[in-house]
Ligand binder design. Sequence first.
Ligand SMILES: [Zn+2]
Length: 490
Amino acid sequence: MCIIVNSAAMPPFSPSVQSGNIATSSRMASASTSLAVLHLPVFQVDATARRCENSRRRWRTSHARISLSSSSAADPSAFTIRSRRVILPKRLVAREMMMSMKCALTATPSASGEDTLPQGASEVDAAYMRMCVDLAREAIGKTSPNPIVGCVIVKDGRIVGRGFHPKAGEPHAEVFALREAGPLAQGATAYVSLEPCNHHGRTPPCSQALVKAKLKRVVVGVVDPNPQVGGKGIKTLRSAGIEVVVGVEEALCWKTNEVFMHRMRTGQPFVTLRYSMSMDGGFLGNIGVSNVQGGLYSKLLQENDAVIITDAAVYDDPIILSSEPNAKQPLRVILARSLDLPVESKVFDTSCAKTLVLADQQACLENIQSKNADGKSLEDKLQARGVDVVMMKDLTLEHVLSVCYQRGATSVLLDSRGPVFSGLENFLGQQAVDELAAQKVVVQVAPVFLGENRTEPGFRMPHDDLLMLESVSSHMVGQDVVIEGYFQQP
Ligand SMILES: [Zn+2]
């Protein structure tokens, strides 16, 4: 276990770790001080907040913001640090601080940015809301078509209940938190990352459960755009005399459920286009696609209900399975202009995940009719392995996404991995960009030069207009830089 201070220009700063505690002492008063960067290992720590000069301290990480409140303001025993890389801005650094936290150092995104707090909310509320988001993310990729939701119940500065929605059909986050809190919920504050539901679905309405438990205050991250909810949950709570604050860490809560939000707005699946590139602009195809646990590709597979690759990519025999623990594997969709596919490929092993081949009917006509010596067509062989084969009259991205959606995929990953001479690879990227069928793009840039062997990604911008991405962010995965952004939606 170690903490490395990675700033040569830093004033005296003496971090130490003792018996599972983090103790930091810093003096960063110089106006010219640059950011100090701590690299923290993943571990559980218990420590005690001893002194904070102000009522709260805020740490900023590359992906998450962590607020520390003084011990008198709130229970600091369960803040979650969600990054190995903790950056202390000079204006916010604590001069002398011993943290008292149970810290689960894992990975988390944050869209919190510089969100302003709504009226009636404090930084402590924001910290608990971020905790709700962390809890919600425990079920990432498992709740479709439902959103991921986390709930924390706090009584007299102590957390008395936590919960998250584990999967569709299971109780909602509030139910688990209320169960844990029991009678302590009375007079407490409930934090929930998405507006409590107000309708009888597969589970009773959470708004009424909160009323019944006699909560005093409910803090909501973002309003549920589901027409069945849409503010009605908040109205029910307020009608019962509960103080409700809405919009704490709203951007973060919205981004956490971007798939659900998009589907509610458009009735369409949320589409992410991904590819890898070299430093000299070459398309990397399979290189750099790592589905080891914690890897970008593994996480993308975990987050999406379906992943689309082309028949050309199948010849490289890729493993298209997420390695995240207990990940719900996505439906693997293969776009085929020919059924002359390597039937023994790993992607056609349907013991761990389903595979669907969407074949161009016209182009596959010969394959359908032709049979091998054993009398079986390739279609028969694929189906014998449990692969679903659907002939498409019109193999357009719109139709492909429609089929995915009909099969329950609310989020789809367009996995553009070459080879680039494949017409379908062009098809994937081109249509996603041309028709703005994709909402998000994730590009992984690896620190390699391909030289003369490089080929450009299988799509080009067809127009002269500058196509700017929005809400762009970047982070490191191993040696690679990952850039994410969103296409402007009409
Ligand atoms: Zn609910």
